[in-house]
Design a protein around this ligand. Structure first.
Ligand SMILES: *Cc1c(COP(=O)(O)O)cnc(C)c1O
Length: 404
């Protein structure tokens, strides 16, 4: 019998019309930022209830610009999570500020909002939450903390396009104070409410441009400054007018990449629904193969604690303290069975740059435990309905073989 094809942990789906559109851009004589970027920004703005949106070359650049818009620089602190892609904290240091890393909630694996409130000090300027695997944090509590201390919020929603926050009070407290009734009318779509919300369209994300990102803002003045910071700080007028008032980066999205994003957006609802269906099949298969009995922790259900996830990832936490060889041994065994997995993410404060700033093992125990043991299982729309069962069966078998 032939072995089944290798199942990667993720794979983008680009349709033929999108490939043709990219070809048309390449043939058009204008391949960098232009009409496709403008059209992409307009479509995104529709998705986020008409808020201003500016596109960037990637999510990291988007967040760096968001931090600069919020006036964050040397001497400032930004409170963020220790379980995230390194970009989240790196950009805080890139603008000269300090990332104050706090622990995560063991069930959501997102930033622990009690720890956020405790970490706010005189130098704190902003909170930077991350929606790991697309699961939003409690936005009501988050914005209540921000309001109480007069802080900006920069949402790292890199993974959260299509996710929603439906917790109590959204259409009231947050919606009214920040964006009128917009949030309520969009059923709490992430990006439709809030302060500065950053998305990534990197290749693995639910919607991709290959590389890309966007920032959702609230006012025209900040949006215009975001445009300048995106491209060298240059302000232009007339045919030859040009001024630089502050240095910006080279952070623009190209029309080639925007064409990919434009081809993806119409599929957002179908992509989110398909991911939800595969997650449901994962939960059924996990029960069938007794994953919990083996000490494997599953993610929260699709709708939990007022949040609806877009299932950017399906992540388990392994009982690594009882597995000689730890997570790597499980990943190797799964790989030999034709199943790809990923690590998202090791605890950030244990990387050398952060240890040299004084962070130590033992300071953030949940992040450390999850960082050692979290494993991303395959989840992408083109997967077969039978794949979640195959993955859970293999995971159960590997853990039984490896458990000490
Ligand atoms: C992908 C991602 C980023 C960075 O986005 P890029 O487009 O790769 O620069 C930042 N934070 C999180 C949580 C991400 O998943």
């Amino acid at each position: 019998m032939n072995a089944p094809a290798f199942l990667p942990f993720t794979r983008p789906a680009i349709d033929a019309a999108t490939i043709a559109d990219v070809g048309a851009v390449l043939a058009s004589g204008w391949i960098t930022s232009g009409p496709k970027v403008q059209a992409f920004e307009a479509k995104l703005s529709e998705l986020f209830g008409g808020r201003p949106v500016r596109a960037f070359g990637n999510g990291t650049a988007t967040m760096e610009v968001a931090l600069r818009l919020a006036g964050i620089g040397p001497g400032d602190e930004v409170v963020t999570t220790a379980i995230t892609w390194v970009a989240t904290a790196n950009v805080i240091h890139a603008v000269g500020a300090r990332a104050v890393l706090v622990d995560v909630d063991p069930l959501t694996r997102n930033i622990d909002l009690d720890a956020v409130a405790a970490a706010v000090g005189p130098r704190t300027k902003a909170i930077l939450p991350v929606y790991l695997s697309g699961l939003p944090v409690d936005l009501d509590r988050l914005y209540a903390i921000a309001r109480r201390h007069g802080l900006r919020v920069i949402e790292d929603a890199a993974q959260a396009i299509g996710s929603r926050w439906i917790g109590s009070g959204l259409s009231g407290a947050i919606g009214a104070s920040l964006n009128g009734a917009i949030g309520a009318s969009l059923n709490g779509a992430i990006g439709a409410v809030g302060d500065l919300v950053s998305f990534s369209f990197q290749a693995n994300k639910n919607i991709t441009c290959a590389e890309g990102g966007c920032l959702v803002l609230n006012d025209a003045v900040e949006a215009e400054r975001a445009e300048r910071l995106r491209l060298q700080g240059v302000k232009r007028w007339g045919l030859d007018g040009m001024e630089v008032e502050e240095p910006g980066g080279k952070f623009n999205l190209t029309d080639i990449n925007a064409a990919i994003g434009l081809g993806q957006l119409p599929h957002l609802d179908a992509i989110t629904a398909r991911r939800g269906e595969l997650a449901r099949l994962y939960f059924e298969a996990a029960a069938r193969h007794g994953l919990r009995d083996l000490g494997i922790e599953l993610p929260l259900p699709t709708q939990a604690r007022g949040a609806i996830t877009n299932w950017h990832m399906f992540q388990v936490v392994l009982p690594t303290d009882r597995i000689p060889g730890g997570r790597a041994a499980v990943m190797q065994a799964l790989k030999e069975l034709g199943i790809g997995t990923g690590v998202h993410y090791p605890a950030l404060h244990l990387f050398r740059f952060y240890r040299e700033l004084g962070w130590r093992e033992g300071q953030l125990p949940q992040a450390e435990r999850i960082g050692r043991a979290i494993l991303t299982l395959p989840l992408f729309p083109a997967m077969d309905d039978a794949d979640p069962d195959r993955v859970c069966a293999a995971l159960a078998r590997c853990c039984k073989d490896l458990l000490a």
